[in-house]
Ligand binder design. Structure first.
Ligand code: ASP
Length: 325
């Protein structure tokens, strides 16, 4: 969905940004394989840029509002770093309790306020659909940085980019998603982004935290296959990607339930002895015990590289949405 207007500045031709200029980024559903390739290509250039020069002035004179209604370390700081490394400025509202939100201001009004000052708004919210709701009001592009248990499209982009870099392809892989598949928005987005690529999905979780019906139906609807497991040993030997997630305490209404399932899986060097030599372990982070620190030494542990990739992907996305890629 395109923002109603971006600014009075001259518009670049759309083919320079693959149609992303002025777009809201709300769901991975909007990324065609061509757009994905384009973003990955720009992200590669951003990596080179950062490694060689640290920063550039591509987004000089542009301002990003970073509006976070939920906690964040990586998403928030990597968006800020991305904007600043491209020469832009940031309005950080990472603690909405100090903003007019705490006075009861609606999301619509907060967004309409921030777009008076900024060229793009990055929004994290605790409600599914909040970014889409914000986009209804906004004239400037809204980037969904996580909407409750809904989606996390920029995380899925960096996840897919990581898989491609680490394994050389995105197609015909066996991908296991493990942990809290019910509340984990990152696995919802990543599953959707990987559809129609011949991926075999293995969903590993306690019964209580199964992948939602809607996503399972999307997988079969796309002609892809998945199986569900409670025991990680059933699949560890065959996976190319083991995508681990945190059990999301903040989403439980019954804390006793959380206590029952929180330690369902712990990835250890012993478990990884059963895994292929050529595979990767991913995690959107933060981890709270589901991967032990000894695993960090294993070259297959890709989660720190994955988090680094977030910077390049978010630089690429900001440049594209603002028409400067
Ligand atoms: N950082 C990820 C997210 O915002 C994963 C998590 O919080 O566990 O969804």
């Amino acid at each position: 969905m395109k923002a109603r207007s971006t600014s009075d500045r001259p518009r670049p031709a759309d083919n320079t940004t693959n149609g992303l200029y002025g777009q809201h980024i709300l769901s991975v559903r909007q990324f065609t394989p061509e757009v994905l390739e384009y973003i990955f290509g720009v992200a590669d250039e951003m990596r080179t840029l950062v490694e060689r020069f640290g920063s550039a002035d591509l987004l000089q004179g542009q301002i990003m509002a970073n509006l976070f209604y939920e906690p964040s370390t990586r998403t928030s700081s990597s968006f800020m770093a991305a904007m600043q490394r491209l020469g832009g400025q940031v309005i950080p509202i990472n603690s909405v309790k100090f903003s007019s939100v705490s006075k009861g201001e609606s999301l619509a009004d907060t967004v309409r306020t921030l777009e008076c000052y900024a060229d793009v708004i990055v929004l994290r919210h605790y409600e599914v659909g909040a970014a889409a709701e914000a986009a209804r009001w906004a004239h400037k592009p809204i980037i969904n940085a996580g909407d409750g248990v809904g989606e996390h499209p920029t995380q899925a982009l960096l996840d897919a980019y990581t898989i491609r870099r680490e394994l050389g392809r995105l197609d015909n892989l066996t991908v296991a998603m493990l942990g809290d598949l019910r509340f984990g928005r990152t696995v919802h987005s990543l599953t959707r982004l990987l559809l129609r690529r011949g991926i075999t999905f293995r969903f590993v979780s306690p019964r209580l935290l199964r992948m939602p019906d809607e996503i399972r139906q999307e997988v079969t609807g796309a002609g892809d296959t998945f199986t569900e497991h409670e025991d990680v040993h059933e699949i560890i030997g065959e996976v190319d990607v083991l995508y681990v997630t945190r059990v999301q305490k903040e989403r439980f209404t019954d804390l006793a339930e959380y206590e029952r399932v929180k330690d369902s899986y712990i990835i250890t060097p012993e478990l990884l002895r059963e895994a292929k030599e050529q595979m990767i372990v991913m995690h959107p982070l933060p981890r709270v015990g589901e991967i032990t620190y000894e695993v960090d030494e294993d070259p297959r542990a890709a989660y720190f590289r994955q988090m680094q990739n977030g910077l390049y992907i978010r630089m690429a996305l900001l440049a594209a949405v603002l028409g400067r890629a």
